[in-house]
Design a binder for this molecule. Structure first.
Ligand SMILES: Cc1cc2nc3c(=O)[nH]c(=O)nc-3n(C[C@H](O)[C@H](O)[C@H](O)COP(=O)(O)OP(=O)(O)OC[C@H]3O[C@@H](n4cnc5c(N)ncnc54)[C@H](O)[C@@H]3O)c2cc1C
Ligand code: SF4
Ligand code: SF4
Ligand code: SF4
Length: 404
């Protein structure tokens, strides 16, 4: 029977819950809003299946990709709507064209993120785009298994630990399954995301009053973490709201990612899931067929390929991945692993667990969303520190040039 001694020992993949033959494991949110399994020991028969499928207990080997590419979806409209090169949509459409099923992360009615599946090309937009909140897997692995056994082609996309969880859950390999993971910095707390949305609605309630009666419900109507109106590299966060009665829409947030408080706290690692600081699935350990990401640094490696509409980094991990990628992606250039790693250290390195994360959570109950700004300000390097760092870099460069 699975026991979680420390929070970092569970990535929340839900494999144990779905595998338990006695249905005696339930996921419950902790005080940070992350889900963890709770076992009803009275019902447990100690069969050990939960331990067997857990991707933290059972790690795959580290792997380097077979091939590395910079690539783009040739449909600019889809590429602009995607987080990076729009490669996910190309892969998904291929599976759907062949009557298959595609699983991925979607927003639900409450703007929380969960895994779901689609069977029609016109529904790909639900899965498209990065949603920087941990998705709830629910019964997805069970459904994947059902479709695979029916002989359907299935594409499952998600974070590396979700792919590892699925593969352990399935126990055996299926020829008709293709798995696509992301290079994953880490996953933010659903609790902070929910509180952030409430805060956004609250700070904009006067806007709603101008157009309608105060009683009319005001709700979120769209969220884009990676709006490219300002470019792929300098993306914005855009959130719109709608007045339910008048159906009138308002822009609630439209600001560069680096100015957005939710993104700031995420990228400063204040509210990532504890397991992300000790990630069990990066460095190719997810077992996925293909890994997709942003090709950060492409402007230095292949400047002619970068139009600031999004370039995807694709790491093809095996022959199965190479076959489907070669079939659906026409605009691509082969690069190499070291170039990809230089722009994207998250391929191998987990974010450092800092004292600021502890400080953030100890203050959060009292100060709510404003805690993000308080801690981010503390983390900002002082002018003197910035100056020292810049001098250190210059000295290092000169020493390198002199061969010292
Ligand atoms: C939490 C998170 C952290 C990331 N960290 C990095 C990083 O450090 N470096 C980097 O280069 N890229 C990172 N990415 C990936 C990047 O943002 C793009 O998703 C990726 O480049 C693919 O883009 P695309 O244009 O091909 O497809 P898109 O259409 O933009 O991607 C959609 C895909 O992302 C999946 N997805 C979206 N949100 C989630 C979620 N919450 N949980 C699981 N799956 C999700 C969907 O299922 C779908 O497969 C991260 C993505 C997420 C969700
Ligand atoms: S040991 Fe078996 S019965 Fe007990 S919780 Fe794990 S899977 Fe369920
Ligand atoms: S990592 Fe997944 S399988 Fe392991 S305990 Fe957590 S939810 Fe269960
Ligand atoms: S960083 Fe690792 S543990 Fe965290 S969500 Fe991503 S893959 Fe899972």
């Amino acid at each position: 029977m699975i026991t979680i001694k420390e929070k970092k020992d569970c990535c929340g993949c839900n494999a144990c819950v779905q595998k338990c033959p006695r249905k005696c494991i339930e996921m419950k949110a902790d005080e940070e809003g992350f889900l963890y399994p709770i076992i009803n020991t009275k019902l447990c028969i100690d069969c050990g299946l939960c331990d067997k499928v857990c991707p933290i207990i059972n790690n795959y080997e580290e792997r380097k990709p077979l091939k590395v590419f910079a690539s783009k979806n040739t449909n600019d409209e889809i590429r602009i709507k995607s987080a990076s090169g729009g490669i996910f949509s190309l892969l998904a459409n291929k599976i759907l064209k062949d009557n298959g099923v595609v699983f991925g992360a979607v927003f639900n009615k409450k703007w929380q993120v969960e895994h779901n599946y689609i069977q029609k090309s016109e529904d790909v937009y639900h899965l498209r785009g990065s949603k920087y909140v941990q998705s709830q897997i629910n019964d997805s692995f069970k459904n994947v298994e059902m479709f695979l056994k029916e002989g359907k082609d299935v594409l499952f996309s998600g974070t590396p630990c979700q792919i590892a969880g699925l593969k352990h859950y399935l126990i055996k390999d299926y020829e008709n399954l293709i798995t696509v993971d992301l290079v994953c910095h880490g996953i933010p707390s659903p609790l902070i995301w929910n509180d952030y949305l409430k805060y956004i609605l609250d700070t904009n309630k006067d806007l709603n009053k101008i157009y309608s009666s105060e009683k009319d419900e005001f709700r979120i109507s769209s969220v884009n973490f990676r709006e490219k109106e300002t470019g792929w590299k300098r993306y914005s966060v855009k959130i719109t709201g709608e007045n339910k009665a008048s159906k009138r829409s308002f822009t609630l947030v439209n600001e560069p990612g680096y100015n957005n408080i939710f993104m700031n706290g995420f990228l400063k690692d204040l509210y990532l899931r504890p397991s992300c600081h000790f990630c069990p699935a990066r460095k190719g350990k997810s077992g996925s067929d293909i890994t997709i990401a942003d090709y950060w640094g492409i402007e230095r490696i292949k400047p002619e390929f970068d139009d600031d509409k999004g370039v995807g980094l694709v790491m093809v991990n095996n022959e199965k991945g190479l076959n489907i990628f070669s079939e659906v992606v026409s605009e691509k250039i082969e690069t190499n692993y070291n170039d990809a790693l230089t722009g994207n250290p998250s391929i191998e390195s987990s974010p450092v667990l800092s004292i600021y994360r502890y400080e953030f959570w100890s203050l959060y109950k009292k100060h709510g969303i404003s805690t993000i700004e308080m801690i981010c300000k503390k983390m900002r390097p002082s002018f003197i520190n910035k100056l020292l760092t810049s001098y250190k870099r210059k000295i290092k460069k000169i020493m390198n040039l002199c061969g010292l």
